[in-house]
Design a protein around this ligand. Sequence first.
Ligand SMILES: C[S@@+](CC[C@H](N)C(=O)[O-])C[C@H]1O[C@@H](n2cnc3c(N)ncnc32)[C@H](O)[C@@H]1O
Length: 287
Amino acid sequence: MGLGDCRYQLIDFGMGRKLESLAGYVIDRPSPAAVDKIPREPSRWKNADAKYDAEQCVWQQRQPWPEGLLVDCGGFQMPVRPTPYGHIGLFPEQHDNWRWLGSPSSESSNRQSALNLFGYTGASTVALARAGYAVAHVDAAKPNVQAARQAAMQNQLGDAPIRYLVDDAAKFAAREIRRQRQYQTILLDPPAYGHSPKGKVWRLERDLWPLLNDCLQLFGENSSRLLVTGHTAEVGQQEVVQFLRQTAFLKQFQRSSRLIIESGRSQLTDEGDRSLDAGFFVRVQTP
Ligand SMILES: C[S@@+](CC[C@H](N)C(=O)[O-])C[C@H]1O[C@@H](n2cnc3c(N)ncnc32)[C@H](O)[C@@H]1O
């Protein structure tokens, strides 16, 4: 990630945990992807400034979490803070996606619209708004939506055309179809398991496919971009690409050399140049 004082760096990982530097403030927290790995530099872990205890759901802080801590995300900064679930208000593994989202999808002089479903921290919304998109930012949890609004304000995007919606992603997409709304960029980063604001259960392996179908209906006739990411063993990039290739929406472009489908694993790289898996990504750009 970017250079300077606000840098994020994965320092080390292993034994189901990762050691990270947030602008120099060092944290130690769980990482399921590191379960069968061995830490490279065990001595570095003793000096962590904060450590998340997943059993007690508490952060143990040797040094207080710095007030107003910011992390550089490549052109914008995100506030990072300890959350009760061991999150930090940022998913640094999304770095490549922010760069992709931040490049406008067409030369059109009209303002492009983007839909960020499961938007959480708002980092992707900030990347899109900085690139001139009008963004609909949807998340089921009110505090997450408030945090996203705060992050946009801290990036001087308080007046940007961003709609903040506390809503169920699937319900919102269905409603947007009825309203005949169109988007040029749609991104989804759904959890394996979640809840709508009214408590309806979301299960990735069951609910992703109808939602993807709805998202495809929200694209207009112009060039469109879709980003799907996920963090569970049940669904991977192959299933998502296979599903998309069978849809009428993508079939019409299959022969075009300008249809771009990129997919793979998101990764974080530690100081020893080792990669830590951070789930799948699928990025689609239609002609
Ligand atoms: C994996 S996080 C998304 C992280 C996001 N990409 C980011 O970089 O900040 C999943 C988010 O989905 C939200 N969520 C869970 N179930 C939902 C639902 N049914 N509708 C909308 N949002 C939901 C959660 O509140 C959480 O903020």
